[in-house]
Design a protein around this ligand. Structure first.
Ligand code: HEC
Ligand code: HEC
Ligand code: HEC
Length: 129
């Protein structure tokens, strides 16, 4: 392989890393903690591993069809909605993904964590934060 081609290839490989390095974009790779209500109602806060879901579904599935607004903490998600098949419950219904009776898989954050974005490029899933 010629030197020039090799350098070009390295540059191409670096582009995703550069793009991911811009802070606002990086947020979509992180985990989101949802705790508007959970802890007040006696449950641990919820960890939503964004990246884990993003690589499996298109943005519009959640942000248009299921109505999740693209801003942390802006969605008023109730457990009753989930059980009725809305928001997370559109998939976590024992069909597309495991059912809402698996409380601890979603309510897996440490107590006291406020709603927000946690981590950078990492998405570490249940129990990490
Ligand atoms: C698929 C993920 C998921 C599962 C599974 C799940 N929850 Fe939730 N739950 C949520 C989300 C998201 C919220 C909203 C979090 C917030 O902003 O406080 C929530 C909120 C709650 C709340 C706050 C009050 C309310 O009515 O919204 C309670 C209580 C709760 N869940 C109990 C449970 C129990 C008990 C189970 C198991 C039987 C369970 N959850 C399973 C995602 C889940
Ligand atoms: C499986 C559902 C799902 C998919 C797919 C998904 N998101 Fe999200 N997204 C969410 C949820 C849930 C939140 C948290 C909302 C909250 O805090 O109320 C969120 C939050 C966000 C936020 C605000 C938080 C942040 O990290 O800045 C942005 C921006 C965002 N999503 C962009 C995207 C983009 C772009 C895609 C596709 C490449 C995508 N999302 C795919 C469910 C999803
Ligand atoms: C568009 C469909 C869809 C929506 C909406 C959705 N999920 Fe999921 N989720 C999945 C699928 C599919 C899996 C993988 C299930 C499996 O491995 O069996 C999953 C897995 C998970 C996992 C486990 C991740 C891991 O590392 O194993 C968590 C935690 C989770 N979801 C939480 C949530 C929460 C909280 C919401 C709502 C804020 C939500 N999900 C909304 C489809 C969805």
């Amino acid at each position: 392989m010629s030197q020039v081609r090799r350098i070009l290839q390295v540059c191409l490989l670096l582009i995703p890393a550069l793009v991911a390095g811009i802070p606002p974009a990086a947020a979509e790779y992180a985990d989101v903690v949802l705790n508007r209500r959970a802890e007040k109602e006696g449950m641990r806060p919820v960890i939503f591993p964004h990246w884990f879901h993003r690589i499996r579904f298109r943005c519009k599935v959640c942000h248009q069809e299921l109505g999740f607004k693209m801003r942390v903490g802006s969605n008023d998600v109730r457990m009753s909605d989930i059980v009725e098949g809305k928001f997370c419950g559109a998939c976590h219904n024992g069909d597309v993904a495991w059912a809402p009776d698996q409380c601890d898989l979603c309510h897996s954050a440490k107590r006291g964590l406020p709603t927000g974005i946690y981590g950078g490029h990492e998405t570490l899933g249940p129990g990490r934060w």
